[in-house]
Design a protein around this ligand. Structure first.
Ligand code: ITT
Length: 199
């Protein structure tokens, strides 16, 4: 029988990417919305790993289904790695993708391209059973552009130019982002663990 795996995120953009990365694995993927209703995880851990694990654990406890979650942060070196673990709430209560991008651009106003280096870091936590967890990590380095380009992707994508490429994640086809992104690397490591019989 196909194994059931819960994708423990409320972010539909992430679900789309994770489904794309995990295609080809013999898994029955279910989303939080399909698994029932329970309170969202309060992401109050000080690290990406802490929040990823909290999301996966709470989803597993609420549903009994083996659960995987990711917590992702954009680390801008000029800003001492901010917004980092606060990426989703960077512009304060009621933050949106657009207001977060605006705040990032304003905090980098006048900073030249060579000092705009950044990386996305994605930590994946997998809870297959009570008392067991596994952690996987992926990153993608690049530069924060001076203006938004592209309508694709989500979050900070229109401002992130991955190293070695001429288009931002916002301009890039999803299939392509899914071969080189932080999330792709982290979930490919998870997929490799599954293929080797880790679960
Ligand atoms: P869940 O916790 O339900 O998974 P979330 O959107 O809150 O959803 P995170 O805490 O990991 O997820 O989000 C961090 C923020 O970082 C997210 O809201 C986006 O603004 C941004 N982000 C995450 N992954 C990204 C990506 O691949 N490209 C661009 N921005 C991304």
């Amino acid at each position: 029988m196909m194994k059931k795996l819960l994708i423990a995120t409320h972010n539909a953009d992430k679900v789309k990417e994770i489904r794309g990365i995990l295609t080809g694995l013999d898994l029955n993927l279910v989303t939080l919305d399909e698994a029932g209703t329970f309170p969202p995880t309060v992401e109050d851990a000080p690290t990406l790993q802490g929040n990823a694990l909290k999301k996966a654990l709470e989803a597993f406890r609420a549903t009994g289904i083996p659960a995987v979650a990711d917590d992702t942060g954009l680390e801008v070196f000029y800003l001492n790695d901010a917004p980092g673990v606060y990426s989703s709430r960077y512009s304060g209560p009621g933050a949106t993708y657009a207001s977060n991008r605006k705040k990032l651009l304003s905090n980098l106003r006048g900073v030249p391209p060579r000092r705009r280096a950044a990386q996305f870091r994605c930590v994946v936590a997998f809870v297959p059973a009570a008392g067991v967890h596994h952690i996987f990590e992926g990153k993608c380095t690049g530069v924060i552009t001076e203006k938004e380009s592209g309508e694709g992707g989500f979050g900070y994508d229109p401002l992130f130019l991955p190293d070695g490429f001429a288009e931002t994640f916002g301009e890039m086809a999803l299939d392509k982002k899914n071969t080189l992104s932080h999330r792709a690397h982290a979930f490919q490591a998870f997929a490799e663990f599954l293929r080797r019989g880790g679960w």
